[in-house]
Each structure stands twice: as structure tokens, then as C-alpha cells.
Design a protein around this ligand. Structure first.
Ligand code: DGL
Length: 266
């Protein structure tokens, strides 16, 4: 079936983390109409139960798919993807691209064989991650650390606030001080909020560690899935929130930097 040229690509996250994916997608698909949805009323996902995250994600994506008929949905959130990707793919007809920890590229990059996985508390305990480890990191050591505290820091940074880097230092120690952590050379940033803090993480881990995250690969995957489709932007791209609009407006500059000039309540 032909996709209407104005049909948007819908990116979804609990907050602003998905902007790291949008930035990569824009490089390949500058003309694609975009709606960015942030479940600010549900933020943070990383400290919630699996059942709660799954219910929120399925409910919201169902509602938005009905309202905007997106050509494709990207769940630009590792926590939501590792919990609910299979389930939402079963119930929605729209093609769905998930964001899952970049363990495969990290396993190809590491020289020492020791990889760190920095995600939310929820992501690092998911069976999805066990499966990725079994499939792609055989013979490597994968150290995991739940750093949910970094999510609020990424949000604050994009609101233009001063941030305190104690949580970043704690996250780095949480990996490096584990048995075998001294040989860590590659760290997977398994939460879309974390690349927003790359300079702070770089400072904490030092120059010898390589960071890997999925945003570029996800941008390429989306571009591949919509290849050959027509695009026509009939209105400015916009962002919607489940939370209060005045809180959302404090992020207006960050959204505008990513081409999202309208802000609305979902
Ligand atoms: N950005 C989300 C992720 O990639 C998590 C943020 C949250 O905890 O809500 O995991």
C-alpha cells in the first residue's frame, strides 16, 4: 500500500533521550515529517516495573498510531524497547524500529574483551540483554551497571541547567570497580539519554574507553525501511508530551535545535 507523503515518522521516548536518535535520522532523511512524543508524565521509565512500562508504551503508541497514522514508529528508548518491543509489534500494524543495547558493535570493537553496559536499572536486568550477550558477546566479559540517575541529568542539561557530575562519576566507578573492570575498553551507552552526557562521561572514563551507542545504526535502519517513499511536510514538525506543557516549554530550545518547532500536549 502506498504511504501518503505527509505521513510522519513517530519517535517515542520517555523524555528527550530520543533526540539523540532523531539527530542521526535527520542526517539521512532531512525531508521526513516527524512527530516526537515524550511520555514526560511517565518519566523515568528506568525505575518502573516492567508491567507499568509495557502498559504505558502499548497504550500510548496505540493511541498515537490511530491519531496520526505514522508510516513508521521508532521506540527511541532502550528501556521501553527491551521490555515492550515484541508486544507492541504484535498489536500494531505500523512498522516499528526499536532501540536496543549496542552489544554487537561493542563486541566487535573491544580489544581487551571487557565491555561495560551502562543503561537504566531496568534495561540492565532485561532478558533481552541476556539474549544479546549470549548471541553477540560470547567469550567476552560484559559488566553491567544501572545508572538511572543519569536520565534526569540529561534532561536537566537540555533544559540548559547547570548539572552536577557526581552521578556520572558514580556510574563510571560502578563499572570500573567491578571485578575485571580495570580492563574495560568499550562502554555501551544503552540509554538514549546517555549520549547527551558524552563529554561528562568522557571526562569520567578517560580517553582510553570507546563509547558505543545505537543511534547511527537506528537512523540507517529507519532510512532503509522508508527507502523509495515520498515525503511532504505539510506542517512544521512538532513534539508532544503527556506531562504539563509549561514544563515541556523549558525544553523548547532543545526541540527547536532538532527541527521540532511546535510543542503540544498529547
Ligand atoms: N531514554 C530511555 C532509555 O533509552 C530511558 C529514560 C528513562 O528512564 O525514562 O532507556
Amino acid at each position: 500500500m502506498d504511504v501518503p507523503p505527509s505521513s510522519p515518522i513517530l519517535l517515542f521516548d520517555s523524555g528527550v533521550g530520543g533526540l539523540t536518535v532523531l539527530a542521526e535520522m535527520r542526517k539521512l532523511l532531512p525531508d521526513a515529517p516527524v512527530i516526537y512524543a515524550a511520555d514526560m508524565a511517565g518519566l523515568p521509565y528506568g525505575t518502573k516495573s516492567e508491567a507499568e512500562v509495557a502498559a504505558r508504551v502499548a497504550g500510548l503508541l496505540g493511541r498515537m498510531a490511530e491519531r496520526w497514522h505514522p508510516r513508521l514508529i521508532c521506540i527511541a528508548c532502550n528501556t521501553a524497547s527491551t521490555i515492550a518491543l515484541g508486544m507492541v509489534r504484535e498489536v500494531l500494524e505500523t512498522p516499528i524500529v526499536g532501540t536496543v543495547p549496542a552489544i554487537k558493535p561493542a563486541a566487535e570493537l573491544t580489544r581487551t574483551g571487557t565491555i561495560g553496559l551502562l543503561g537504566t536499572d531496568s534495561t540492565v536486568r532485561q532478558r533481552y540483554v541476556d539474549d544479546l550477550e549470549r548471541e553477540f558477546a560470547q567469550g567476552k566479559k560484559l559488566l553491567r551497571y544501572g545508572a538511572s540517575g543519569l536520565v534526569a541529568l540529561g534532561e536537566a542539561k537540555l533544559r540548559g541547567e547547570e548539572i552536577c557530575v557526581d552521578e556520572v562519576t558514580k556510574a563510571a566507578s560502578g563499572l570500573v570497580l567491578q571485578p575485571g573492570g580495570e580492563s574495560l575498553d568499550t562502554v555501551v551507552l544503552a540509554c538514549t539519554h546517555f549520549p547527551l552526557l558524552e563529554p561528562e562521561l568522557r571526562e569520567a572514563f578517560g580517553d582510553d574507553v570507546t563509547f558505543v551507542h545505537g543511534a547511527q545504526g537506528i537512523g540507517r535502519r529507519i532510512a532503509h525501511l522508508v527507502a523509495g517513499q515520498e515525503f511532504e511536510r505539510t506542517m512544521p514538525d512538532f513534539a508532544v508530551t503527556t506531562g504539563p506543557l509549561d514544563d515541556f516549554e523549558r525544553l523548547a530550545d532543545a526541540f527547536a535545535d532538532h527541527g521540532l518547532t511546535g510543542l503540544a500536549h498529547l
